[in-house]
Write a protein that binds this ligand. Structure first.
Ligand code: NAP
Length: 306
């Protein structure tokens, strides 16, 4: 079977750390070209922008690793040209943008895949299966990391459309919406926004899931041990997912973990969608973030510098 010829856009941290190795190890794809203003990749044609890449190299699909702000315009160019599209999380800067892209992809009969890499962490599937048979009593999310360590110099992340602490926090919400057996709602929120920035450095969300209460605590200033944990109290005890979903602890059982396969699984899923002609556009994590921004009490905190 012929390989899908892939173009990769936005050669930054995640493209280098994850997309390039995952594409190289997947025999359904050939990296055919890249588009980036500063980043370069050896061995394939390098272009400065998406339109030039699509005009210059024959492609089946384009995968976008740029920041969410501005991705709508880029993805539109690819869909307009009849290319299948995979988007990094969060899929766009606003819900209206991603809904319009989904409509456009449908109209052009191309695949659109809004990827949520954290859902591919080893513990997420087993957690979903276990929770599907339980009554949920409470949900606790602690997602605390050091912005300077993981996002050095990424000014876009605290600009409008950059999501602030919801850039990592949306990963927790992507897992929660995948594993919980009932819809999740935001009931109240607070956000701490540094002076002169648009995106919050910290946020607290009060959540509801069926009859259960929940809480999410997102912090971008955690030094020392980093925390990406979700706990769910149920009628059969407490489920713990830690390290971003990669370690699962069920009541009375040994901890369960596997090597990280998030991005290989994402590209396997994209290949499956391309082969079957389907799309996968799940906007629930994005909707919860939008709801948090709608409800939030915003507090200004002292200015932040990377
Ligand atoms: P990054 O290191 O800043 O890379 C993004 C790349 O996109 C840049 O190198 C830049 O390349 C290009 N770009 C295009 N327009 C841009 C703009 N207006 N501002 C800044 N860069 C722009 O960011 P990243 O960490 O790879 O994150 C990219 C996406 O992946 C985000 O949606 C993020 O949430 C997601 N993600 C990141 C991680 C992570 O650990 N970092 C993990 C999972 C997912 P050129 O200048 O060469 O065009």
């Amino acid at each position: 079977m012929d390989r899908f010829r892939l173009g990769l856009v936005g050669i930054g941290k995640i493209a280098r750390d994850q997309h390039l190795p995952a594409v190289a190890s997947n025999d359904r794809f050939t990296l055919a070209a890249i588009a980036s203003r500063h980043g370069q990749v050896d061995g394939v044609p390098n272009y400065l922008d998406t339109a030039a890449m699509i005009a210059g190299t024959a492609l089946d699909a384009v995968s976008f690793c740029t920041p969410p702000e501005g991705r709508y315009e880029l993805a539109r160019i690819a869909i307009e040209a009849g290319k299948h599209v995979m988007l990094e999380k969060p899929p766009a800067a606003t819900l209206s943008e991603i809904e319009a892209l989904a409509d456009f992809a449908r109209a052009r009969n191309v695949t659109l895949f809004t990827s949520w890499h954290s859902r591919e962490a080893a513990g997420v599937g087993p957690a979903r299966n276990w929770l599907s048979r339980r009554e949920i009593k409470a949900v606790r999310i602690h997602w605390r990391e050091d912005i300077r360590r993981w996002h050095p110099g990424q000014e876009w992340i605290l600009a409008a459309g950059g999501f602030g602490v919801f850039d990592p926090g949306i990963n927790a919400l992507s897992i929660a919406t995948a594993i919980l057996p009932a819809p999740l709602f935001v009931e109240a929120a607070t956000m701490d926004v540094p002076a002169g920035r648009a995106g919050p450095l910290a946020a607290e969300l009060q959540l509801r899931c069926g009859g259960a209460r929940g809480h999410a605590s997102f912090d971008f200033l955690q030094t020392g041990p980093q925390t990406w944990d979700i706990e769910v109290d149920t009628d059969a005890g407490t489920l713990r997912l830690s390290l971003g979903g990669s370690v699962l602890q069920l009541p009375g059982e040994a901890e369960c973990t596997e090597p990280d396969q998030e991005y290989p699984r994402l590209y396997a899923r994209f290949a499956e969608l391309l082969a079957t002609g389907g799309s996968d556009v799940d906007l629930r994590p994005m909707r919860l973030v939008a709801d948090a921004f709608l409800l939030a009490e915003r507090r200004e905190i002292e200015a932040f510098a990377f």
